[in-house]
Design a protein around this ligand. Structure first.
Ligand code: ATP
Ligand code: MG
Length: 181
């Protein structure tokens, strides 16, 4: 099966210093007080897997993922996240028993992506995760408030989630757009 082995965060959101989290094969829970950075960790996982939506990353612009500084520390110039995945069962189409995906983003707006330290394009990262059940479209990460949305009493909200999952929400949007004209 597929599992996350480690996550390395540096200069991402509330993590100015290099922070390494290692995960076992069992369940891992991350606990901490409000505002301590739990959601920032799941944002880092989403981000390194190629997330381009700043809304999904709970920010206004992409630069918001870079550590913005505090009273005591100046901001960092870039954000970098690496995700190490187990590949002993070759879920990813690669020979290596471990796959490391890295994303780096500079304040200048420059982006870099790496797979096992080889420089790649975003397209390659997307293709790596395609059909693995992971990645941007994989519904492998359920954000805060998402369960509430699914359980919402408003059937329209609930339907939206299923339409998104079924990949048909864009047809609804197109239809609505056409009807407005
Ligand atoms: P809760 O239990 O309330 O959900 P949490 O542990 O999930 O809290 P996060 O949302 O992960 O908390 O972290 C929020 C903190 O991260 C805030 O203090 C915010 O200022 C900080 N933060 C977010 N983006 C940045 C950034 N770019 N630079 C510095 N700090 C940031
Ligand atoms: Mg949170």
């Amino acid at each position: 099966f597929l599992y996350l082995k480690a996550l390395e965060i540096q200069g991402f959101k509330s993590f100015p210093d290099k922070t390494v989290l290692t995960f076992g094969e069992d369940i891992t829970a991350i606990v901490g007080p409000n505002g301590s950075g739990k959601s920032n960790i799941s944002d880092a996982i989403r981000w390194v897997m190629g997330e381009q939506s700043t809304r999904a990353l709970r920010g206004g612009k992409m630069e918001d993922v870079i550590f913005g500084g505090t009273a005591k520390r100046k901001q960092t110039g870039y954000a970098e996240v690496s995700l190490v995945l187990d590949n002993t069962s070759h879920i990813f189409d690669m020979e290596e028993s471990e796959v490391m995906v890295t994303r780096r983003y500079y304040r200048s707006g420059e982006s870099e992506y790496y797979i096992n330290r080889r420089s790649v394009r975003l397209k390659d990262v997307n293709e790596l995760f395609m059909d693995t059940g992971l990645g941007r479209e994989g519904y492998s990460i359920i954000g805060q408030g998402k369960i509430d949305e699914i359980l919402s009493v408003k059937s329209a909200d609930r339907r939206e989630v299923f339409e998104e999952a079924a990949g048909i929400s864009r047809y609804r949007h197109r239809k609505e757009e056409a009807e407005r004209r």
